[in-house]
Design a protein around this ligand. Sequence first.
Ligand code: GLY
Length: 441
Amino acid sequence: MTTGGREADLGGGRLKVLVVGSGAREHAIAWRLSRSPRVGALYAAPGNGGTASLCTNLDGSAEDPEGLSCLAQENAVDVTIVGPEQPLANGVVDLFESRGLKAFGPTRAAAQIEASKSFARSLMAGNGVPSPDFEVFDDYGRAREFLSRHGGPVVVKADGLAAGKGVTVCRSPAQALEALSVCMVSRSFGPAGDRVVVEECMEGREVSVFAFTDGTHLSPMVAACDYKRLGDGDDGPNTGGMGSYAPPDLWSEGLEERVRREIMEPVLRALRESGATYKGVLYAGLMLTETGPRVLEFNCRLGDPETQVILPLMGTDLLEVVLACIDGGLGRLSIEWDSRACAGVVLASGGYPGAYRKGLPIQGLEDVDEDVLVFHAGTKRTGPERDAPTVTDGGRVMTVVGVGPALVQARERAYDNVSRIRFDGAHYRRDIALPQGAPVA
Ligand code: GLY
């Protein structure tokens, strides 16, 4: 299954679509769109070495709403799909709408569900959504006093967006005080850490759940699991995600119904009633506890690396779904998820998540089997020609995705192929999609 090889402009009155972002999630979105008969031309801003073979990569920053809207206007883009959270929190959708441009994702007000942890927790608490006890602090002294007295394990969260680094699970008061100091004294996350949320620590298995919504209707949900730590057995530092799989063994129709009724619908309703109607993808990070699913966090977008393992399972045209979310017709569309499984292994640069080198030649991409997907993230094509060499350009370099009738085959396809892609210092986890407790081969 190749993820490249399509001419950028197919014309013929079909739609021009811009994908905002530069990760493997955005490459997966572009790949899925490239299979839509309604897509005429694909653009990515800024894109990566993988999107370069599907899209016209445009020179622009994902974090500059003004620049993105100019790119959309200059290229007569019909619809823009925003991958990462920061542009959504910066109000890119509001700006596009004010200029008569269609954009997929929540407005700035609705994106608060991810961009402010205290906003999200208050909304959940006010609407009976199962979630942990929490306290919000704007004052370092008060937070310090609370944590010194608390004793038990807690989760310390920077209130705002902190590039995935603002959440610390603390097993001891000393760890909690250190995490607090990182937010409020060293201000490592800038203003995002000036308010801190302290939460009860929950035990159980984590699952990421996604639903498309037009603000009123919710699509059938799809679930995936991701791996945040660098090393096998969830050892080592946190990363942007080292792998993922879908569907999780514990995901069932009964659980989906419960998540819809107890979590997704109340939150959607509360946002609508507050005047911040939420459109786009609603992503609930859940802990499956002994008393049922409880919310770890909400995100206002598709997950990375979960997107790489859920979009291959989508049985409905992604562009149709996106348009229905924007225009409010999701209730008339039936969205299917197929019953196969996917496993995605992230190939990372030597040294990641610490310092790493860029510009290293990547070999073996042409040796990957046709039925395996390779979604690029930190890569760059060194010239405009289709066969120009691709080099590394980031910490997480690509996600290699196997698809199969069940997870065991999907995993086998991914691991059979990941080792064929080579660059100096490349590394990956060996235990992605391994049944819990199984030994790492
Ligand atoms: N997989 C975690 C995230 O996308 O935030």
